[in-house]
Design a binder for this molecule. Structure first.
Ligand SMILES: *Cc1c(COP(=O)(O)O)cnc(C)c1O
Length: 377
């Protein structure tokens, strides 16, 4: 007789709910009988990857029968140079999600806890629960907060730390809210966290932040030996499909993460593309500029429609669509979907009145707003 495999799974895993992926674009288009849908759902860079990255991958194809460089020598050194660090501070990941998981596997057991804010990145609860540890969730600022509605509240985060806490996750800016803490506030927060607690500062969208909000990573790594900074090639570098990200930390922590990771966790094409992307500053600058224009366009349109939205430093905007009796975001999401406009409902983040919109090209943003208006009519 077949046993209940779920009962055999570890306790943490039993309590997990599987991540709900969006429907593939091709399947949606077939269903709707259209071919021009737009996807503004996963915070990808609408400009696509750098031509240098595409070229590097094409070249790397001829040696694809070899295993990748397990140590990621060239990429690690290039990243170290970019951030003025030693290469021993770098850990490469199969996306930065991989790093988040490595940190939990290295530092958490069912006897430990991790702290993060309400409405923060959905991967934190998954990786914490997968190792059977406890999630201590800090209350976010209320929706009525004058400057950072639903943002991370530093005092609330500190109050969730207990004697079992080994990790605190902070996304800056945060996804799905787009909210942020300024460098002085973050530094003050870090100063109040015991050095035996690993601080994971998730900077997936940092390139999109105003310059004065960019954290001094090198300085902080020197000041806070318990700090792990994660970054990714999935967002502004437009390589989401390749899965490549990295951590910067004290070499001692990097050594620990490198013990836990699989020997070939980052693939050869991803390494080649990432290396080449780092040479294309222009593509980053262009992407950030387009995002800035698109953000202003969308925020202006939302204001005209009397829709409230959260402040954002990312390439996405969380907009409250509860206006006009349409009720929750899911209803509007379905209506937009039927018109070939794919956005992200965030009910799974306990924000049922919101939709998260990735800022697209101007053409995509215009189509989204036009369709949104039709949905409200
Ligand atoms: C998109 C995102 C990441 C990046 O994930 P990858 O695994 O690198 O693609 C990390 N953190 C946050 C908050 C994100 O939104």
């Amino acid at each position: 007789m077949k046993p209940s495999f779920l009962e055999l799974a570890t306790k943490g895993v039993q309590q997990l709910t599987p991540y709900q992926p969006g429907k593939p674009v091709e399947a949606l288009e077939r269903e709707l009988g259209i071919s021009n849908s737009i996807k503004l759902a996963s915070n990808e860079n609408p400009l696509g990857a750098s031509p240098l990255a595409l070229k590097a991958m094409t070249k790397a194809l001829s040696s694809i029968h070899y295993y990748p460089d397990g140590g990621g020598f060239v990429l690690s050194n290039k990243l170290a140079e970019k951030h003025q660090l030693d290469a021993s501070s770098i850990t490469l990941g199969n996306g930065s999600n991989d790093i988040l998981e490595l940190v939990t596997r290295a530092f958490l057991t069912p006897q430990h806890s991790a702290v993060f804010s309400q409405y923060s990145f959905a991967v934190y609860p998954i990786v914490v629960q997968a190792v059977g540890a406890t999630a201590n969730i800090a209350k976010a600022f209320p929706e009525s907060h004058e400057s950072m509605p639903l943002g991370h509240d530093p005092d609330a985060l500190l109050s969730q730390i207990d004697e079992k806490t080994r990790i605190i996750f902070i996304a800056n800016p945060n996804n799905p809210t787009g909210t942020w803490l300024d460098p002085a506030t973050l530094e003050n927060l870090f100063s109040n966290i015991a050095s035996s607690i690993i601080i994971v500062l998730d900077l997936a969208y940092t390139e999109y932040m105003d310059e004065k909000l960019q954290p001094p990573i090198k300085l902080w790594l020197e000041k806070f030996p318990n700090l792990v900074v994660t970054q990714t090639f999935s967002k502004v570098y437009a390589l989401a499909g390749l899965r490549i990200g990295y951590a910067m930390s004290n070499p001692e922590i990097a050594d620990i993460l490198n013990r836990v990771r699989q020997p070939f966790n980052t693939n050869a094409l991803a390494q080649a593309a990432a290396i080449a992307s780092l040479d294309d500053d222009e593509h980053v600058i262009k992407s950030v500029a387009m995002n800035k224009t698109g953000k202003a366009f969308l925020q202006n349109a939302f204001s005209q429609m009397q829709l409230k939205f959260l402040p954002t430093m990312g390439n996405f905007i969380a907009v409250n669509v509860a206006r006009g009796g349409l009720g929750d975001g899911l209803v509007l999401y379905q209506k937009l979907l039927a018109q070939g406009v794919i956005v992200r409902p965030v009910a799974n983040y306990a924000m049922p009145e919101y939709l998260r919109i990735t800022i697209g090209t101007h053409q995509q943003n215009e189509r989204f707003i036009k369709t949104l208006k039709q949905c409200f009519d």
